[in-house]
Design a protein around this ligand. Structure first.
Ligand SMILES: Cc1cc2nc3c(=O)[nH]c(=O)nc-3n(C[C@H](O)[C@H](O)[C@H](O)COP(=O)(O)O)c2cc1C
Length: 190
């Protein structure tokens, strides 16, 4: 499957990149083609025009690149920190630039925080946004507490529990990836 991991934090000391690399490694090991859209690399402007508001092919280069990846994706993993109990602006800014690229595809949320609660509050907020964007959210959330200590910068688990916990999360996501891909082949309502 083609999977796009979306991560938004522009902080110089950001920790969530470790979690993004962890899930990219795990999905790649299972044979998926995984791409990362990272706010720091893509540097999308603070929302002016959505991608669809540009003439075809005239959007800024990195917005066009993100559009192509999202359009070709079979599903998305949203890697989200918790800022004041909600969604980091840099992540929401990426999400808001696109729309139909997400439709009829599943999303899985990996939430994290520096503290013990693993960003569960942002995961609940995200669900409302992800449904509005048409990327159905799978039931399981993958919360990571004390993210700074959970993985190294290459995305290897320091806390080995994450290696076993992630299997069920990915298997569930794969089920939805397959189910919705088959159904998209049969046709979409709009
Ligand atoms: C603006 C801001 C707000 C935060 N709010 C919360 C919060 O509500 N709950 C929480 O558990 N951690 C909170 N934190 C701590 C983050 O969980 C921690 O800094 C995490 O590493 C942020 O993700 P990032 O490093 O990928 O940017 C906050 C951090 C920032 C910078």
């Amino acid at each position: 499957m083609n999977i796009v991991v979306i991560y938004g934090s522009n902080r110089s000391d950001r920790q969530g990149i470790k979690a993004a690399r962890f899930i990219i490694n795990k999905l790649s090991e299972r044979g998926h083609n995984v791409e990362l859209i990272d706010s720091k690399e893509y540097k999308l402007p603070f929302l002016d025009k959505m991608h669809k508001e540009y003439e075809a092919g005239k959007a800024p280069e990195m917005m066009e690149k993100a559009h192509k990846l999202l359009k070709n994706a079979d599903g998305f993993v949203i890697v989200s920190g918790e800022y004041n109990h909600s969604i980091p602006a840099a992540l929401k800014n990426i999400l808001d630039h696109f729309q139909s690229e997400y439709y009829f595809k599943p999303s899985a949320t990996l939430s994290y925080s520096a503290g013990p609660f693993g960003g569960l509050r942002v995961a609940v907020h995200l669900r409302a946004v992800l449904s509005e964007l048409g990327m159905s959210s799978i039931p399981t959330i993958f919360p990571v507490s004390a993210v700074q200590n959970a993985f190294d910068y290459d995305g290897n688990a320091i806390d080995k529990n994450y290696d076993s916990r992630v299997v069920r999360f990915i298997e569930e996501f794969e089920w939805y990836l397959t189910a919705l891909k088959n159904q998209r082949k049969a046709g979409i309502p709009y």
